[in-house]
Write a protein of this length. Structure first.
Length: 230
C-alpha cells in the first residue's frame, strides 16, 4: 500500500453493512505518513463475540468464524504526532492530549447505545481498508517543562471486517475498496477481471461510478471498485 503524496486518513463509523460504512463518528489525518505498513492474514478467528452473545453476521444471522471461506486481512502501522513545530500542523493535531482523545473516539472507545467499538476505514493513496481496531498504543516520547506531552508514537492494528452472510466459496469480490487512477489503455472489462476475476461486472461498476459510457475511460480520472456480492 503506497501513500504517494496523499496523507493517510483514519475515519470511524457506527455501522457497516454490505461493504459500506455509515454514520460517521469523526476522522483523523496524519501529519506524517507511516514509514512502513505490515499486512497479515487471520486464518482462525478465535475471538469470542462481544457481550457474550452468539456470534452473528452483519444482518443478524448466526455464524461460525471457522466457516469463512477467506482469511481476514490485518494491517498494522506506527505514526508520529508532534506539536513541537518540527512537523507541519494540521487540523487533527492541536495538542497531543486532544489528538489521542480523538483517535480513541474513532477507533477503540465503545459507542453509546451499541456498546460496540467503531468500524474504521483507513485510506492511503488508492486503497481503502475497512475493519475493526484490535489495538491502539500510545508512547509519549517528549514533554515540556510542565510535563505536557509534545510528541507521541501511535501504534494501530486493524483486522478486516466483511459481511459473513455474503461469504461463499464462489464469491471472488475483494474485501477492500480499490480506487485506481485510470491509465492509458485501461478498460472497465480488464479492471473488473483484475479486481473481481469477473469481467462481466463492468456494467455494475459503470453504474456505480455514474459513467455515461463504459467504453471510453479518461486517463487521470479516479474510479471506485467496491466489494460486490455476486
Amino acid at each position: 500500500m503506497s501513500g504517494g503524496l496523499s496523507s493517510l486518513s483514519i475515519k470511524g463509523f457506527k455501522t457497516f453493512k454490505n461493504g459500506v460504512t455509515k454514520d460517521p463518528i469523526g476522522s483523523f489525518v496524519l501529519q506524517l505518513n507511516p514509514a512502513e505498513l505490515k499486512a497479515g492474514y487471520v486464518v482462525n478467528d478465535k475471538k469470542g463475540p462481544e457481550n457474550n452473545e452468539e456470534a452473528k453476521s452483519a444482518i443478524g444471522n448466526p455464524t461460525n468464524p471457522q466457516t469463512l471461506s477467506k482469511a481476514k486481512e490485518s494491517v498494522s502501522f506506527d505514526f508520529i504526532i508532534d506539536t513541537t513545530g518540527a512537523v507541519k500542523q494540521n487540523a487533527s493535531v492541536r495538542t497531543i492530549a486532544k489528538a489521542v482523545k480523538d483517535l480513541r473516539k474513532i477507533t477503540v472507545d465503545k459507542i453509546s447505545g451499541t456498546h460496540a467499538t467503531p468500524y474504521v476505514s483507513v485510506q492511503w493513496g488508492g486503497i481503502i481498508f475497512k475493519g475493526k481496531v484490535d489495538s491502539l498504543s500510545v508512547d509519549y516520547t517528549l514533554f515540556d517543562k510542565d510535563g505536557n506531552p509534545l510528541r507521541a508514537k501511535i501504534g494501530l492494528t486493524l483486522t478486516e471486517h466483511f459481511d459473513t452472510s455474503s461469504e461463499s466459496a464462489n464469491n471472488q469480490s475483494p474485501d477492500i475498496t480499490r480506487i485506481p487512477t485510470i491509465k492509458e489503455g485501461d478498460s472497465l472489462v480488464s479492471l473488473c477481471q483484475e479486481f473481481y476475476e469477473d469481467s462481466q461486472l463492468f456494467i455494475r461498476i459503470a453504474e456505480f461510478n455514474g459513467l455515461a459510457s463504459f467504453r471510453r475511460l479518461t486517463p487521470g480520472t479516479v474510479l471506485e471498485f467496491p466489494p460486490i456480492e455476486k
